[in-house]
Ligand binder design. Structure first.
Ligand code: T4K
Length: 408
């Protein structure tokens, strides 16, 4: 039901717009029967993990889709990042954006490497190549840019700078599976690129990740490293760990991959609908994708300018959460404002990162969200904005709305 006046909002005693919570990152699920058949096959054959046939097939399909020579599937994106970092022998300092999921920084810190945070471009939200040049020091061994929300970094500039300055380039492409840069699929750039297939990602393998590369030597090294360094029964030739993907995850990944076109078209349709239905609201815009590239459209990111909208992003988020719309402020407050970095770099200021982290809000999309639900969400955003002063006052005085986790 569309809400017409402020009193209809849940904040003011109206019935929440949705009985069940609408999430950002609700998993897309492909053909259940196909997955169930694969699951049966895994159980029948009792090959649950360690280089089973579904993992191999998943790797082949990914490599084919991206047009890259090597794909090594792993148990999650963070482990995939960690193994790639180690295989590339990064050390000392590595430059990363702070506007990313904390895993980008943690994968480095976990290995005693210092992430050096660099500011972002305010339009693309990606690492700003101009800031990067200034952040490189004699201790810098590499950079890990992130294709945030699936919109590609300025790959050409980053490639040029890293080649000229003699540092390695590894991409965190957790959001950018199925996306391209200048017509070439993400996954072909730098020394290697890392994907995440976590449940919340547009293609999921329950938990999962992969490193892709065109470098055969690097690929062989990472393949060893993710399996304890085993080169044969009873023979270890390299330091390693357990980064393996299991067969059930691979079966889920494969099944979902078979629906990739459908998922993209749903995401694209949702994105367009939000864009159209929110058009004209003051101080609000939906971050655009470049339609001339391949995009997965997996995030609908609303950016708001409080000076024009008259209400803060956080107040809008709380008002939506009261309606059971669990909008998320990825990536607030920025990695540099989280521990251990907040304490280590208390004076670090990244103006664009901080400005964008205060302004963006991710809205529910994916195959679980219907067109009718999107219309209701857009209608509520309009109503909330039109009653900004009243909503902000209410939010400011209601302690139950203090934590975004309260709405889970
Ligand atoms: N690099 C980047 C740039 C990343 O964004 C990520 C992960 C990584 C590296 C590391 O990759 P992984 O090691 O995760 O493979 C979520 C995801 O857990 C995380 O994978 C993702 N990025 C990040 C952006 O989002 P949270 O802490 O927001 O997750 P959570 O549990 O709050 O879930 C988000 C929403 O999805 C919830 O409202 C509930 C819903 N949900 C979640 C799960 C797991 C479901 O409906 N069903 C589910 O099964 O981090």
């Amino acid at each position: 039901m569309l809400k017409i006046q402020a009193d209809d909002l849940a904040l003011f005693g109206g019935k929440p717009a949705f009985d069940n919570v609408l999430h950002v990152g609700r998993p897309n699920i492909g053909n259940r029967q196909v997955f169930a058949d694969r699951l049966d096959d895994i159980l029948d054959r009792r090959r649950l993990t360690n280089e089973g046939r579904y993992v191999r097939e998943f790797e082949e399909r990914i490599a084919e889709l991206i047009g890259v020579r090597h794909c090594i599937a792993m148990c999650n994106g963070t482990m995939a990042l960690g193994i790639a970092i180690r295989a590339l022998e990064l050390s000392g300092e590595v430059i990363v954006p702070a506007f990313t999921f904390i895993a980008t920084a943690q994968a480095l810190q976990w290995q005693g490497i210092t992430p050096v945070f660099c500011d972002i471009d305010p339009i693309t939200y990606n690492l700003d190549p101009r800031c990067l040049e200034q952040a490189i020091t004699p201790r810098t061994t590499g950079i890990i840019p992130v294709h945030v929300f699936g919109r590609s970094c300025d790959v050409s500039a980053l490639t040029e700078i890293t080649a000229r300055r003699g540092v390695k380039l590894l991409f965190d492409s957790a959001h950018a599976f199925g996306c391209s840069f200048q017509g070439r699929m993400i996954g072909n750039f730098g020394e290697a690129e890392v994907f995440s297939f976590h449940a919340t990602k547009f293609i999921n393998s329950l938990e999962g990740g992969a490193v892709v590369t065109n470098n055969a030597h690097l690929a062989a090294k990472m393949r060893l490293m993710k399996n304890f360094g085993f080169t044969d029964y009873d023979r270890v030739d390299h330091l390693g760990t357990n980064g393996k993907m299991n067969e059930v995850s691979a079966a889920m990944g494969l099944t979902n991959l078979e629906s990739i076109d459908e998922f993209i078209s749903i995401n694209r349709r949702n994105h367009k609908q939000y864009q159209e239905e929110l058009a004209g609201l003051p101080g609000i815009r939906i971050a655009l994708y470049d339609d001339t590239e391949q995009c997965n459209y997996q995030y609908v990111v609303l950016e708001m300018d409080q000076r024009i909208s008259g209400i803060s992003r956080d107040d809008l988020m709380k008002a939506l959460q009261a309606e059971n719309v669990l909008a998320r402020r990825y990536f607030f407050p920025g990695c540099h404002r989280m521990e251990p970095y907040r304490s280590r770099f208390p004076d670090l200021v990244l103006p664009e990162t901080e400005r964008i982290a205060e302004r963006v809000l991710c809205l529910p999309t994916g195959s679980e969200v219907t067109a009718e639900q999107i219309t209701v969400i857009c209608n509520m955003i309009g109503l909330i904005l039109r009653n900004g002063v009243k909503v902000s006052h209410r939010v400011g005085t209601d302690l139950t709305l203090a934590s975004p986790l309260g709405a889970r």
